[in-house]
Design a protein around this ligand. Structure first.
Ligand code: FES
Length: 124
């Protein structure tokens, strides 16, 4: 019988802290590893993903917390130029092979955003 995933909330930031087109990075800890993630705001909505490209298992940014394309319409992997939809995480073009970024579910409570880290599909 599959194990039921448990909700585990990690406070990321205050809702008011992020403007459209901005991002903030945070760290998700598991017993066997630590993985960076990032939260973005676009179109007045929030989304979060693990900072792992689907081409190689490396971060999309060069540690500079800049994920958006110049026009703000895409998330870009700076390594080889893969681009992803900011609202779905789906790979639009580049060497990411149609795979999607690993989504981090979010919850908004009392003016703060929390990552539901127990519900992340880590792909393993
Ligand atoms: S590592 Fe991201 S496109 Fe190659």
């Amino acid at each position: 019988m599959p194990r039921k995933k448990q909700t585990q909330l990690l406070k990321v930031t205050a809702v008011a802290k992020l403007k459209n087109g901005e991002s903030i990075k945070f760290v998700v800890r598991r017993p066997d590893r630590t993985t960076e993630a990032f939260l973005i705001k676009t179109g007045d909505r929030f989304y979060a993903y693990l900072n792992l490209c689907r081409h190689w298992t490396v971060g999309l940014d060069f540690d500079d917390n800049e994920f958006f394309s110049e026009d703000g319409g895409w998330l870009v992997c700076k390594n080889h130029g893969a681009i992803y939809s900011p609202t779905t995480g789906e790979c639009e073009s580049g060497p990411c092979g149609g795979a999607s970024l690993y989504r981090v579910p979010l919850v908004e409570k009392e003016g703060f955003l929390y990552a539901e880290i127990g519900l992340i599909d880590w792909g393993d």
